[in-house]
Design a protein around this ligand. Structure first.
Ligand SMILES: Cc1cc2nc3c(=O)[nH]c(=O)nc-3n(C[C@H](O)[C@H](O)[C@H](O)COP(=O)(O)O)c2cc1C
Ligand code: SF4
Ligand code: SF4
Length: 268
């Protein structure tokens, strides 16, 4: 069973492609998280957690959600993470998660995908780089699917203990102070469609009088609201000016089959 979260489609593409190759089912964690649904999940096949990397690790709400969800049946667990370039301690976090469920951790596969974090200091990723990563993704997905199909162990990047400790401290600090919603707002272009509210995994947005209001002081900074707004109406202070929005579906033309499956659901 492939459990996935995806804000802008990268991880959705990986999860749905793996499911196709493994003849397995996918479970979209967004809806379960929105509804606080932690009902047990049962699978005869290995559990595969597909998640983007956020700030050198697995986003905390995902870790917490999966930790609270009983997983029954097959006892093997994999993580497959998508990231711009560096997965940090995601593998170690996934290992801890599966071990806490008395499962066998079979490793963490890392798949480089376009970077979707728009509100940081870096400029948006260039089109050539985006296209190159998407072009390379199917081969990497095939390799990972082959390992999971055999229930073999994934080859993993070694994370030295010192690196783990330093990054973990940074991740804790980021989760406390880096995820404020203060700077989010909708501009005049907003048409009140409610897409931002529907895609938010942690229900941090509420529509009030046809306008989105960020109703929690902190969120996941997943970028789903910003990147999926059909009018590019969401601002984050001055950070988004002139930055093109990113969604995987915009670039699926790069793939031979056009991968139409990725654009299913909520316009992602
Ligand atoms: C809050 C946030 C933090 C991120 N941090 C990292 C990071 O530490 N390293 C990295 O390589 N990519 C980072 N990224 C990029 C995403 O991991 C990458 O674009 C991912 O494939 C997005 O997946 P999605 O489209 O399924 O949401 C970050 C993205 C977000 C939104
Ligand atoms: S998705 Fe964009 S246009 Fe739609 S309500 Fe939200 S901010 Fe407004
Ligand atoms: S408010 Fe936007 S960035 Fe924050 S968690 Fe919700 S969808 Fe993601």
């Amino acid at each position: 069973m492939i459990l996935f979260f995806s804000a802008t489609g990268n991880t959705r593409y990986v999860a749905t492609s793996l499911a196709k190759k493994l003849d397995d089912q996918v479970v979209d964690l967004t809806e379960r998280m929105q509804h606080g649904n932690t009902s047990p999940l049962h699978s005869q096949k290995p559990f595969v957690l597909c998640t983007p990397v956020h700030v050198d690790g697995v986003p905390l709400p995902i870790l917490r959600h999966v930790a609270s969800t009983p997983l029954t049946g097959n006892r093997n667990g994999y993580a497959v993470v998508t990231m711009g370039s560096f997965a940090g301690i995601a593998g170690r976090q996934a290992q801890k998660l599966f071990l806490s469920k008395n499962m066998t951790f079979k490793g963490c596969a890392e798949i480089a995908m376009p970077r979707n974090y728009l509100v940081g200091v870096f400029p948006a990723e260039k089109t050539e780089s985006i296209e190159e990563k998407i072009r390379s993704a199917p081969e990497r997905v095939d390799q990972v699917a082959d390992v999971i199909a055999r229930e073999a162990s994934c080859e993993e990047r070694h994370i030295p203990t010192i690196e783990y400790g330093l990054v973990l401290a940074f991740v804790h600090m980021w989760n406390r102070v880096g995820l404020s919603t203060k700077k989010f707002e909708a501009n005049q272009a907003c048409i009140g469609c409610g897409m931002c509210e529907r895609v938010c995994p942690v229900s941090a947005i509420r529509m009030e009088s046809g306008v989105p209001v960020w109703s929690k002081s902190h969120c996941m900074h997943c970028m789903a609201c910003i990147q999926n707004c059909p009018k590019r109406a969401i601002e984050y202070g001055n950070a988004l000016q002139k930055k093109p929005r990113y969604r995987f579906a915009k670039y699926s033309y790069v793939l031979k089959d056009g991968s139409s499956s990725v654009s299913r659901g909520r316009g992602r």
